[in-house]
Design a protein around this ligand. Structure first.
Ligand SMILES: Cc1cc2nc3c(=O)[nH]c(=O)nc-3n(C[C@H](O)[C@H](O)[C@H](O)COP(=O)(O)OP(=O)(O)OC[C@H]3O[C@@H](n4cnc5c(N)ncnc54)[C@H](O)[C@@H]3O)c2cc1C
Length: 500
């Protein structure tokens, strides 16, 4: 197992994509097998030093940034052991190690005619990181988050025990109880907070009737190191049509989305065969479009919003499908010139580039401004989104801090990115950020829909969970991490750890 002690050799592992200041660690270790992970964790647990698990570092909440102790990199745990197909090639599974990149998993799955549907936008992310944060993809509207695709996990718990879990085998009732192979037992009461049904990656997914495997999906490296993952694969979709509608008013864009969502819902319930069944619905506000225009001059000027959509072609007729979208847009009086379709393959690629590039362009602006980015990862319950959007618009109108808003509107999930240019603007944006979080929670929403809490948002966990519930989560952590060695600072502020 490689160990490095010279900080110059592992400086890049002291940061991630959050823009948070660099951490510090005395060493980095690169285990090459589950057995070596066990060795590292057992040593840390015995000697009581901290370990921070590192994936690809694409996380945006500081989860892999270490503050002391060792870094455990999963870079060398990158084998795909098996890809199998089932049901006449329509579904399959892959058994993989945590350091496999999403891009590589998809490449290998494709050879078997399969794909990995959660597909987070950042293709360099490791599968282990995406499980640890319960990441979501652009097609989350139709396919949901990572959680839905994880069937089995091996986890080296912080106490040095190896846990092998399969979905459906341990449904929790009353208490969380582990009987370990050495005859020892660890247990605690189950938390009693409600687990909402919206897209969420904040806090532990745990309560009466939950599956034990789900506790380890979205745990952000605070309970154990994920060492082996069995994921579901699905048949590769055939052709995908995509398009963008550009709107003069945000209200019309929201109406368009609402029509598409209703149609997809009816189709899901088999009510109407000829309905639109979008798999991806992405929103761009006026400011996001302005940023994109700096790179894509062909984007229409003076538009208040745009909605990007994708749908898989099921009946072999892409033109018919595009016609259904065009009909809705025309009914909303959107002129033909403001509707783009991917009937030329270069256009399809252009749309994808636009969507992927926006966060990168924002990050560049933020970097040049020299003040940290403040960005929301808020999703609210269906039925609350229109009111939440109006709240966003009103509050943002008042602020003089540059911002843009974009995101997974199909799941009521918006990223508002503040790009402060001065200390004063930074503080103003921080205050507004907190207000938006409170409003989201009031609207049955989450403060972290897909990125997790990490270290960046630990101070805001109290906006979503009360102190008693946070302490219940800390008790869960202490059940498998009695010496508090793993992922310290992630999810919980450190002072909570000493209160339980
Ligand atoms: C341009 C860009 C676009 C993005 N788009 C999306 C998107 O569409 N959807 C989305 O959800 N996110 C997105 N992200 C965020 C990021 O890609 C995800 O959070 C991803 O899941 C992080 O994976 P990683 O391997 O980089 O993990 P890291 O950043 O290295 O770590 C993330 C967390 O997981 C823990 N961890 C990592 N591996 C393990 C393991 N094996 N066992 C236990 N804990 C572990 C770490 O300790 C840390 O807390 C985007 C980021 C960027 C920069």
């Amino acid at each position: 197992m490689i160990r490095k002690y010279d900080i110059n050799e592992f400086a890049s592992y002291l940061e991630d994509s959050s823009g948070m200041s660099k951490g510090y660690a005395r060493e980095i270790v690169f285990p090459e097998s589950e057995r070596e992970v066990l060795e590292c964790i057992r040593e840390a647990n015995e000697k009581k030093f901290r370990i921070t698990v590192s994936g690809a570092g694409t996380g945006i909440v500081g989860g892999r940034i270490p503050y002391g102790g060792s870094i455990l990199s999963t870079d060398k745990l990158n084998r795909i052991s098996e890809i199998t197909t089932d049901k006449g090639g329509k579904i399959g599974r892959a058994i993989i190690e945590p350091g496999v990149r999403i891009e590589d998993l998809k490449k290998e799955a494709k050879k078997a005619g399969l794909t990995y549907l959660p597909d987070p936008t950042e293709q360099n992310a490791f599968i282990g990181g995406t499980v640890a944060t319960n990441a979501s993809g652009a097609r989350g509207f139709k396919y949901g988050a990572t959680r839905n695709y994880i069937d089995k996990l091996n986890v080296v718990l912080a106490n040095g025990q190896l846990l092998k879990i399969a979905r459906g085998r341990r449904i929790l009732k009353d208490k969380l109880c582990f009987d370990f192979s050495d005859g020892s037992r660890a247990q605690c009461a189950l938390p009693d907070y409600a687990i909402g049904r919206i897209k969420n990656s904040a806090g532990y997914f745990l309560g009466q009737g939950t599956d034990l495997i789900d506790l380890f999906i979205g745990q952000e490296g605070t309970l154990g190191v994920i060492t082996r993952i069995e994921v579901k694969l699905n048949m590769l979709p055939g052709d995908v049509i995509s398009g963008v509608g550009f709107f003069k008013s945000a209200e019309t864009a929201l109406e368009f989305v609402s029509i598409l969502k209703k149609q997809a819902c009816a189709k899901f319930h088999n009510k109407e065969e000829k309905n639109i069944d979008a798999c991806c619905l992405e929103y761009f506000d006026r400011n996001a479009l302005k940023i994109l225009q700096t790179k894509y001059a062909q984007i229409p000027k003076q538009k208040a919003a745009a909605v990007y959509f994708e749908e898989e072609v099921q009946d072999g007729n892409p033109l018919l499908l595009m016609g259904r979208y065009a009909k809705v847009l025309t009914q909303l009086e959107i002129p033909e010139k403001d509707i783009w379709f991917s009937d030329a393959s270069s256009y399809a690629q252009l749309f994808q580039n636009m969507r992927h590039e926006l966060p990168c362009l924002v990050n560049e602006i933020v970097k040049n401004n020299g003040f940290a980015k403040i960005s929301t990862d808020i999703s609210v319950a269906d039925g609350h989104f229109l009111a939440m959007h109006a709240f966003y618009e009103n509050k943002l109108k008042e602020t003089k801090v540059p911002y843009c808003m974009f995101g997974h509107i199909g799941e009521n999930h918006m990223h508002i990115n503040f790009m402060p240019e001065s200390e004063q603007m930074f503080n103003k944006a921080k205050g507004l950020y907190r207000e938006l979080l409170h409003e989201a929670v009031r609207r049955e929403g989450t403060i972290a829909a897909e990125h997790g809490i990490g270290k960046l948002k630990a101070e805001y966990l109290e906006t979503m969970f009360n102190k008693r519930h946070i302490k219940q989560m800390v008790a869960v952590k202490k059940t498998v991490d009695p010496n508090l060695i793993l992922g310290i600072g992630n999810i919980f502020k450190e002072d909570y750890l000493s209160q339980v």
